[in-house]
Design a protein around this ligand. Structure first.
Ligand code: CMC
Length: 391
């Protein structure tokens, strides 16, 4: 391969040093700043875990209050932003809206886009985390044809988000604590995952000195793909297509057929060759949410049976394909009232914390330089230009 190491898909290339997230794929371990993911999902909430990822340690009570205040201070979006959103087609996919709307934040908030100014970096970080729920809820309201609901800063982060999505002006909206705390858990599970495709995209975009809003928009675009964040939407669609337990063997057969492009969505992972620890927490959370909200979703039974059959199948065992985070998340999000189209937007909302933490870490790294991979050229040798009438 000549002068360069050839590593398609970066299966053996470390692109950076990082202190944020640790994964042991063989063991099925995931730590944020040293803390196991299941302990954080069980005990922490969105704001506290966001602080942890950004600052490196769990906050004191006072630090947490200040951080919460900084985030809630920025939850509103500029009034003209609504005009921007109104330009989208009514049936726009929320991820299409998110890509455009988040990129457009750099036009609305260019007073914090000097990446060499630490103050600007912090304000942009707070703005990003604060405005993502507002924008995601606006994308949802837009496709629903309902009026936007302004953020309420006296509410907890996930309570406020649920209210912005599901409240309507003429009616009282009662916060469902079970739903809000389930959403905290789901968001924590999605917050960071070291150098996955979208995070690497954010770092690569940021390495050129691009502003943080543009970098996060690039991350959102990458996350949308069905091999990455789009898998949560695809997994639920697949379960609905399977429909009943008796159809499972047919889909298992298709997933194993090399001539069929179909894959079991929500299965397999580049790094985990064991249970995805997030999937374990998610499966338990799905069970708890369905029970607490008294919802009987036949898709949960289909998912559990599909998991059982796949885990006993030689193909999946040999290739070490286990359920990943996206396998059960869709059933939980559906139980909370979100349509399938919104699933990846919720993933983006949560992953924004990881993206922006990684972006900050990269800019503070003294070894930081523009990301610029090389290639193995396999094209034509040098040749002379041929005029069109001689071709
Ligand atoms: N169903 C059936 N076969 C599979 C699956 C699957 N879901 N995943 C991998 N394989 C097979 C694949 O065909 C290949 O077989 P062979 O070696 O015979 O060619 C082998 O397993 C290795 O797969 P790969 O595509 O080379 O592995 P990768 O590390 O490049 O891809 C993946 C990882 C997640 C893209 C892949 O497992 C996949 O497409 N899964 C379904 C989509 C999905 O659930 N994505 C969410 C990932 S977790 C959330 C996130 O962080 O984004």
């Amino acid at each position: 391969t000549g002068k360069f190491t050839f590593d398609p898909g970066f299966t053996s290339t470390a692109s950076c040093e990082s202190k944020i997230t640790y994964i042991d794929g063989e063991e099925g371990t995931l730590l944020y700043r040293g803390y196991p993911i299941d302990e954080l999902a069980e005990n922490s909430d969105f704001i506290e875990t966001a602080y942890l990822l950004l600052h490196g340690d769990l906050p004191s009570g006072e630090q947490l209050d200040v951080f919460r205040g900084n985030i809630t201070y920025h939850t509103m979006v500029h009034e003209h932003f609504k005009n921007f959103l109104n330009g989208f087609r009514r049936d726009a996919h929320p991820m299409a809206v998110m890509c455009g709307a988040v990129g457009a934040l750099s036009a609305f908030y260019h007073d914090s886009t000097d990446i060499h100014n630490p103050e600007h970096r912090i304000i942009s970080t707070h703005r990003m985390i604060a405005k993502m729920p507002t924008i995601a809820a606006m994308a949802y309201k837009y496709i629903m044809g309902q009026p936007f609901i302004h953020p309420r800063n006296d509410l907890h982060y996930t309570e406020n988000f649920l209210r912005m999505c599901f409240a309507v002006p003429a009616e009282e909206y009662e916060i469902n604590k079970v739903a809000a705390s389930a959403l905290d858990k789901i968001f924590i599970l999605h917050m960071d995952h070291e150098q996955n495709a979208s995070t690497s995209t954010v770092r690569l975009a940021g390495s050129s000195g691009a502003n943080p809003f543009a970098c996060i928009a690039a991350g959102i675009a990458c996350l949308w793909g069905p091999a990455h964040g789009g898998a949560n939407e695809a997994a639920l669609r697949m379960l609905m297509e399977i429909g009943t337990v008796d159809k499972i063997p047919e889909y298992i057969r298709r997933a194993k057929d090399k001539d069929d492009p179909f894959r079991l969505m929500g299965f397999g992972h580049r790094v985990y060759k064991n249970f995805d620890p997030r999937a374990k927490v998610m499966k338990k959370a799905t069970h708890e949410v369905l029970e607490a909200l008294d919802i009987k979703d036949p898709m949960f039974a289909v998912a559990k049976e599909l998991e059982r059959i796949a885990l006993e199948d030689e193909y999946f065992v040999e290739k070490k394909l286990y359920p990943n985070i996206d396998f059960y998340s869709g059933i939980t999000l559906r139980a909370l009232g979100f349509p399938t189209d919104m699933f990846t937007a919720l993933f983006a909302l949560a992953r924004t914390v990881g993206w922006i933490a990684q972006w900050q870490e990269m800019l503070e790294d003294p070894n930081q330089k523009i990301g610029r991979p090389r290639q193995i050229y396999t094209g034509a040798d040098r040749r002379d230009y041929v005029p069109i009438n001689a071709r």
